[in-house]
Design a protein around this ligand. Sequence first.
Ligand code: KDG
Ligand code: MG
Length: 408
Amino acid sequence: MSIESVDVVITSPGRNFVTLKVVTSDGIVGWGDATLNGRELSVASYLSDHVASMLVGRDEDRIEDTWQYLYRGAYWRRGPVTMAAIAAVDMALWDIKAKKAGMPLYQLLGGASRDGVRVYAHASGTDFEALTNAITGYRELGFTAVRVQTGVPGLGQIYGVSAAGPGVRYDYEPAKRSGDRPAEETWDTRQYLNHMPGVFAKIREEFGTDLRLLHDGHHRMSPIEAARFAKDVEPYDLFWLEDCTPSEDQAALRLVRQHSTTPLAIGEVFNTVFDYQTLITERLIDYVRSAVTHTGGITAMKKLLDFAAIYGIRSGIHGPTDISPIGMAAALHLDLAIHNFGIQEYMPHNEQTLEVFRTSFTFDRGFLHPGDEPGLGVELDEEAASAHEYTKAYLPVNRLLDGTVHDW
Ligand code: KDG
Ligand code: MG
C-alpha cells in the first residue's frame, strides 16, 4: 500500500483553517492541521506546490522516515511555515496508522496515563465585573482552571480580552478580518504592571485558593519588568505566567527565575526542540507551550515532551481557536498518553467550525477526552467546508502610546 493522493483544503467557517488530506491506495483517509494564523496561504502553497508530489507513492506507514525526509531532505530547516507543513503530513500519517490499527491514536502512543485531560478556559473582561462574571460562568461549567486577561485602565482594546461584554465567552478571536492590513492596538507596560497584581488579589479574595489561575504576558515585558511582575503576583499562586518576555530570547528567563518562584510557560511561537534547548536544560521554564500544529506534528512533539520530562518540565500544549479541531485532537491524544502532562488550553470552536470538523472529543466537568474512534477522531466534511471561502485575516499590530511598534 502507498499514498495515492494528497490535497490541501482551505476553509473559513468563522475563521480560516488549512487542512491536509492524505488518501492511501486502499482508501484510508488521514487528516492533518496546517493552520498558521494570518499566514495560512503560505503553508497551503508549501504543501501543494512542494510537498504533495513528494508524498505520492510513498509507504504511509513510514512516519519517522517521512518526517526526516521532509525536514532534513529540504535543506532549509525550521520556521513556522515549514514546521506547520511537516506537522500536517505527520498528523495525517498517524491518523491513517491508527485507523488501520482500529485504535484511537493515544493507544499507539502507549495508552492512557490518566482518565481525562485537565483543561483551562479563557476568562476575560474589560473590567473586574465582566471578568468575575466570566470566571463564575466557567466555574459553573465545571472548569477548574482559567486564564485571566483583563482591560487596563487608560488603554483600549488589548490582547486576550473579549470586547463583547460580560459572561462566558467562546468567541474571542485574535485574528481580525481587517481588510488588507492588520488592525492596531495600543499598549503601556507601566500601567499594566501597576494594575494586574491587584486584579489577582481581588480574584483570590472572591474565588478562594482552589481555582487554578493562569496569565499570558504575550511577550510584552522586558526581562526586568517580567521579573517584577512574576515577583508581585507570587502571593496569588499562579499556575503559570506565560510568555512574559519575547520568546526568542531564551537567556531572558534566567533573570526572571532569579527573582521569583512563579511558574513560567513559554513556546507557542516556537517550532522545534532547538528553541527550547537552553530553557529545558537550565530548567528556566515549567511548561512547554508548543502547538502540535506548529512544531512538526505528533512525532516531534512526543520527542520534545520526552526531553522536557527528563528535567521535570510538563506540557501545556497550545490550544486556541486557530488550532483546528484536528490539531486539537492531536494534542489531546498526546496529553492523555504522556506521563509529564501539565494542562491543556481549551478555547472551544464555534458551531460553524464544528459543522465542518466533526469531532469525537468530549468535555466533562473541566476535563477533555479525545474519544475512542480509530485515528485522531476528527473528520472534515468537505462539502460543508466548500461553503466557506477563505477571507484574509490578520493578527493585530501593537504600538506603545507614542506610536512605537511593540511586541504583540
Ligand atoms: O495565533 C495567535 C494566538 O493563537 C495566540 O495569540 C493565542 O496567546 C495565545 C494563547 O495563549 O492562546
Ligand atoms: Mg499565549
